[in-house]
Design a protein around this ligand. Structure first.
Ligand code: GDP
Ligand code: ZN
Length: 312
């Protein structure tokens, strides 16, 4: 902590632009006249104290920092301290994520269990709570939707169903996202993430439709994630699209990334402490669970490739 802690203000890094870090702080009453009207937050263009470099601090979006030497008029400040992180998501790289909302469409593109599981495992392996947002529900019947919701319940996940076309389910999503301090929207491209973000933050108007988005990606291939406010102090990350996240795990912890397996292991223990839940005697995992075959296939792949542990 710096000597001038009393003059420091706590904030969060919401973007990285060139060599600057953009830090959002809550306004201080005495300086209120410099703040945009109707806004409780202010974003400052920051550099960091060089001692942070010597101490090896690598600051990323989502980091909680203290800023000092604040120039409210020009919206500039200096970062003097970085708080330890609660979590870190590697792709996209964001610190302190409290929720990963995995967006998958029920149609166009069709729901895909394997792909959805890969996104969920990315969240589980980073130890960040996931929820599932089922999008484009205007394209299917209520009965078909119920089948998806029940399926996901058996996997151990809450799901939220939404249509951006008729706004069905939208309020419940806002409510859920407002309970999380920093949410990352993940999911394959084409499922409606940008449409959802634009509804949540109308002032953004990010381009949807594949053509304009391809252009956007072309221009910003190395861009960092940016955090947007969705009210109530909650932030949302705009993520670059990737369709098939790698499963990064070692063989022994892989089963812990499946809530339906965890639920069984809480109640009873396998005979062998290092059980991989294959064909070991005294294994308590129910092999009839829907995602068992997905678990098994990926486990065998890990064993065969002798994948070194990359979890840290
Ligand atoms: P992203 O790649 O996940 O960001 O997806 P986009 O937001 O760009 O949406 C891809 C396409 O799906 C666009 O043509 C959208 O108009 C369409 N779309 C998005 N949400 C919905 C929805 O709720 N219902 C229907 N029918 N189409 C949607
Ligand atoms: Zn077992």
């Amino acid at each position: 902590m710096t000597k001038n802690k009393s003059k420091c203000i706590r904030g969060i890094v919401v973007a990285i632009k060139a060599n600057f870090l953009i830090v959002e702080i809550t306004f201080q009453d005495s300086k209120k006249h410099y703040i945009d009207q109707n806004s409780e937050k202010i974003r400052l263009l920051c550099t960091k104290r060089s001692k942070l470099d010597y101490q090896g601090f690598f600051i990323d979006v989502g980091d909680i920092v203290f800023v000092e030497s604040i120039d409210y008029e020009n919206k500039r400040a200096v970062i003097s301290y970085v708080e330890p992180r609660q979590s870190f998501l590697k792709r996209p790289s964001v610190a302190n994520v409290t929720l990963i909302a995995v967006c998958v469409s029920v149609e166009d593109p069709l729901f895909n269990s394997e792909q959805t599981s890969r996104f969920l495992i990315t969240a589980e392996s980073a130890n960040i709570q996931p929820i599932i947002i089922l999008t484009k529900i205007d394209l299917i019947s209520k009965n078909s939707l119920n089948l998806y919701v029940n399926k996901l319940k058996l996997w151990g996940y809450d799901s939220f169903a939404v249509s951006i076309k008729n706004l069905q389910g939208f309020d419940l999503i806002i409510e859920r996202l407002s309970q999380s301090r920093l949410t990352v929207l993940a999911g394959p491209s084409g499922v409606g993430k940008t449409s959802l973000i634009n509804k949540l933050i109308p002032s953004l108007s990010l381009p949807t439709s594949s053509v304009s988005k391809k252009l956007r990606r072309g221009i910003h291939t190395t861009r960092h994630v940016e955090l947007f406010s969705i009210g109530n102090g909650s932030l949302l990350a705009d993520t670059p699209g990737f369709n098939r996240p790698e499963i990064v795990s070692n063989t022994s912890s892989f089963a812990t990334f499946f809530p339906e397996f965890r639920a069984q292991l809480i109640h009873s223990k396998c005979k062998f402490r290092n059980c991989l839940h294959r064909d070991e005697p005294g294994c308590v995992i129910n092999k009839d669970l829907e995602r068992y075959s997905f678990y098994r296939e990926n486990l065998e792949e890990m064993i065969n490739s002798h994948l070194p542990y990359q979890g840290d």
